[in-house]
Design a protein around this ligand. Structure first.
Ligand code: NAD
Ligand code: GLY
Length: 359
């Protein structure tokens, strides 16, 4: 199986996308160091996929760390239990962590690997669509702090990523759709032809047709890998383009206190708001907004924000991490398939977009 590759010099690594990867002991062993392996997973994913992984890694000394499920457990306290498992299991510097689960498990396991004994290897085995197309690739790891999401973290690239598309068979529909928001994001920000492909194959994707899912994941990972290779630590502005829709989305998530809305659902509305704002500023035709709205609707994603006053959403957008020198940096479109950073957007234009969106 031919993996994608992310070109980061000595931190380069393969990204495998395909069926049956969790049982491919040969591929898993090929990129792991010699020592003990600690599988970090959660109570939902463990009964589904830990047995096959155990079998594939037969012969290795395995330590298992099964965490509670949920974003509320992405904390320093839970991270402590991962360190406890690593110490009790006598995992040394020649060992590795395998992150088996969605983005919550992946972010925590990756951060544990970044810190434990000043850094050990970590392979990502993402099992949600969102983690297969986004969080498992690129090396951002973190836990939350009561003061904010992902406030404590590190850049720590994995040694390999294995996106086993068979695991998506058990993913709830709503989680699958949330992942599709990030897939649509890649088309919008980088590849108009991919966006058009998504328009054509939307029903196959929601219907979990394996070849369609594999193509969507592979193309998303290719785009993310290329962007991260150019701007690993988000210093040049290139990687910041991956936040298309996220400043609006984070404001929505904060406004509803992270309840009732999945991240991908908030990003979906954010993508449409970013397209609308781009059209108001004369950067794209109104037709682009209509295509975004139609595609999001076809895959069952929301296209209107929750009932929050526009002024409140704007206030929350101004508190977002992407504020520098008092100016909100927005990722907008200057055509379908090309995103740009703008720090000069008038408040009146943002308010017009938020006001017109309505719940
Ligand atoms: P998640 O990890 O909470 O998974 C969603 C739900 O699906 C959970 O209940 C999980 O147990 C369950 N699940 C996972 N795989 C399953 C499967 N195959 N079958 C059935 N159920 C399954 O959520 P997520 O959307 O994967 O990730 C969200 C997290 O990712 C957030 O914490 C976010 O901050 C982070 N994130 C990180 C990055 C990054 O670059 N590091 C990027 C985007 C998001
Ligand atoms: N999810 C955005 C990034 O990895 O930079």
């Amino acid at each position: 199986m031919q993996p994608l590759s992310i070109a980061l010099g000595e931190r380069s690594y393969p990204i495998y996308v395909g069926r049956g990867l969790l049982s491919r002991g040969d591929l898993l062993q090929a990129h792991l160091p010699r020592g003990a392996v600690c599988v970090v997973t959660n109570v939902t994913v463990a009964p589904l996929y830990l047995p096959v992984l155990r079998q594939a890694l037969g012969g290795r000394r395995l330590v298992e760390c099964v965490l509670p499920d949920g974003e509320q457990h992405k904390s320093l306290a839970t991270l402590g239990t991962v360190f406890d498992a690593l110490v009790a299991g006598q995992v040394h510097r020649d060992g590795a962590i395998l992150a088996l689960g969605g983005g919550v498990v992946g972010d925590m396991a990756g951060f544990a690997a970044a810190c434990y004994q000043r850094g050990i290897a970590c392979a990502q085995l993402p099992t949600t669509l969102l983690s297969q197309v986004d969080s498992s690739v690129g090396g951002k790891t973190a836990v939350n702090h009561p003061g904010g999401k992902n406030l404590i973290g590190a850049f720590h690239q994995p040694c390999a990523v294995y996106a086993d598309t068979d695991t998506l068979a058990t993913l709830p529909d709503r989680e699958l759709r949330a992942g599709l928001a990030e897939v649509i994001k890649y088309g919008l920000l980088e590849d108009a032809a991919f966006f058009a492909w998504l328009e054509t194959y939307a029903a196959d994707l929601t219907g979990r047709e394996p070849a369609a899912l594999e193509h969507a994941i592979r193309r998303s990972c290719e785009i993310k890998a290329a962007v991260v290779a150019e701007d690993e630590r988000e210093t040049s502005g290139r990687r910041a383009l991956l936040n298309l829709g996220h400043t609006f989305g984070h404001a929505i998530e904060t406004a509803v206190h992270y309840r009732g809305w999945l991240h991908g659902e908030a990003v979906a509305v954010g993508l449409l708001l970013a397209a609308d704002l781009s059209a108001r500023l004369g950067m794209v035709d109104a037709d682009v907004c209509e295509r975004v709205r139609a595609l999001l609707s076809r895959v069952g994603l929301p296209v209107a924000p929750p009932a929050v006053p526009p002024a409140e959403l704007w206030r929350l957008m101004q508190m977002d991490k992407k504020v520098a020198d008092g100016r909100v940096t927005l990722v907008l479109l200057d055509r379908l398939g090309r995103a740009v950073l703008r720090t000069d957007v008038p408040e009146a234009a943002v308010m017009a977009t938020l006001g017109a969106a309505g719940p």
